[in-house]
Design a protein around this ligand. Structure first.
Ligand code: ZN
Length: 268
């Protein structure tokens, strides 16, 4: 294990590429060991093939995407719409966290448009929380470890929560120089092009990613392409001031003054 490791935990194959891929690439360049995990197989993402065939196609696509991102691939642990906040999945995810020993966890936000994303967030947060607890049993059994971890939440889809309220990032990561690779990794999910046209009216998921990336870049007032992040409260995870993305990415990381202003009246 490198002294610094990051794991991106997405719900479905293509979520990491959509919301987190540029940051994963930036951290790799900064010397991090990078890990890639989608909790679900993507088996519901087709109107053309049955579940088993779709699962197999998407497994191959996700492996290709992880390779393009240069990240260690971890196989999924459940199927689409079965990402429930359950003990079974928590034990499995906690085992992966204990193996990887991440100092940074990247995952979905606590509010998003669909429950697989929000449940992934809840599972990732709790799995990270249990990393040092010997009395919490993982599946398979793994020894607890003592290390700080900082959890960052990606932006929700459409930059809105499920109640249609705007969500703004706490910080921006400059993904401009990684954008081409991020695009290639997302394009590896070939089966999703047609499916998202049918299910969600996206003219192209590549264009949707492009739009979100440029919008976050504009919001940053500094970068052409960006990903947005909000840092999880430190209790049980790390020191209050810990912000390893800032430390690693330096001038390619920018705190959002608007978010800080919003927090200043509310922060505990
Ligand atoms: Zn998803």
């Amino acid at each position: 294990m490198a002294s610094k490791a990051v794991i991106a935990i997405g719900a479905h194959p293509d979520d990491i590429e959509f919301y987190m891929g540029g940051t994963l690439l930036a951290l790799k360049k900064a010397g991090y060991e990078t890990h890639y995990l989608n909790l679900a197989s993507g088996n519901c993402g087709s109107v053309e093939y049955n579940g088993a065939t779709t699962r197999s196609i998407r497994h191959t696509e996700a492996r290709t995407a992880a390779k393009i991102l240069g990240a260690h691939f971890h196989p999924c642990i459940t199927d689409d719409l079965e990402i429930l906040y359950s003990l079974d999945l928590l034990r499995k995810l906690s085992a992966i966290i204990r193996e990887v020993k991440p100092t940074v966890v990247l995952t979905h936000p606590p509010q998003d448009y669909m429950e697989d994303h929000t449940n992934t967030c809840r599972l990732a947060v709790t799995a990270a929380f249990t990393r040092g607890m010997p009395n919490f049993k993982t599946n398979p059994s793994r020894s607890p470890g003592e290390h700080d971890v900082t959890v960052y939440h990606a932006m929700p889809h459409g930059l809105c929560d499920s109640l249609r309220r705007r969500v703004i990032p706490g910080a921006f990561v400059n993904t401009t120089s990684f954008h081409k690779t991020k695009h290639q990794a997302l394009a590896a999910h070939k089966s999703q092009q047609g499916w998202l046209d049918v299910s969600q009216g996206l003219s192209s998921f590549l264009l949707a990613m492009e739009d979100m990336s440029l919008e976050l870049g504009r919001m940053s007032k500094r970068f052409k392409h960006a990903e947005g992040w909000r840092r999880h409260l430190h209790f049980g995870f790390c020191k209050p001031e810990a912000d390893p993305l800032r430390e690693a990415l330096k001038r390619n990381y920018s705190i959002n003054a608007d978010y800080e202003r919003e927090l200043s009246g509310l922060a505990c």
